[in-house]
Ligand binder design. Structure first.
Ligand code: C5J
Length: 220
């Protein structure tokens, strides 16, 4: 397969060696009334990518490709949450505190679930990650290697934090990554734009970007 419209140049992949990775599409970041909104963020920006992400997920499932969902999630006793992550700054709610949808960034809480529109189905990987990047303390690299995965298509939130960190981690581990431009979003549009530019700069120094329509066209 070849995505001709990818930036900065065409991206080639085989479905059997490629996974679609959706980063942290969890209720607390995306739904009105969740943690993201309590921080003063406009979550409608993030909600807007759901239809395109749903379409990409449906097409990828139909093609038979591997799907990986991640959640930014800590153990209930917070033993995997470094104190600096919990204590930094002066937020109204800290990790582990009771928020509008249960304890913030704690596994098993309602706000920590993937939104219904993108809910995982049988056979898909669901990775709880205590860091921003999807490889830190998750064992995911070994799982992907066992499955022969060499290429990763990315969507999810937020572009400049967990998505970019995961793409950079993937790049360092030897994966070719492509970020679906309309399947990722930030609470700060300028940060999204800068991240897309950074990823594909200097001859795809981190990876590629492409509109999801280009993936759908390649799969059709
Ligand atoms: C993610 C965050 N998922 N922004 N987390 O990007 O803290």
């Amino acid at each position: 397969m070849r995505i001709e419209q990818a930036n900065p140049f065409a991206y080639e992949f085989e479905i059997r060696n490629t996974a679609l990775v959706l980063i942290d599409m969890q209720r607390d970041f995306i739904e009105p009334g969740g943690f993201g909104e309590t921080l003063g963020n406009d979550v409608s920006l993030l909600e807007a990518i759901v239809p395109a992400t749903q379409a990409a997920l449906a097409a990828w499932r139909k093609a038979g490709g591997l799907v990986v969902h991640t959640r930014e999630a800590h153990k209930p006793d917070l033993s995997d949450c470094p104190p600096v992550k919990r204590n930094r700054g002066n937020p109204s709610l800290r990790i582990g505190d009771e928020g509008p949808m249960g304890r913030i960034l704690v596994a098993g809480e309602p706000g920590n679930q993937i939104i219904d529109a993108l809910a995982p189905i049988d056979g898909e990987l669901v990775i709880d990650k205590p860091g921003k990047g999807m490889f830190y303390a998750t064992g995911l690299h070994e799982v992907l290697q066992q499955r022969g995965i060499t290429h990763l298509l990315f969507g999810g939130v937020t572009t400049e934090v967990c998505v970019q960190t995961s793409m950079r981690e993937a790049n360092d581990r030897g994966y070719d990554g492509l970020l679906l431009e309309d399947c990722t979003e930030s609470y700060f549009p300028a940060f999204k734009a800068a991240t897309l530019d950074m990823i594909r700069a200097q001859g795809a120094i981190v990876g590629w970007t492409a509109p999801s329509a280009a993936l759908l066209a390649a799969l059709s």
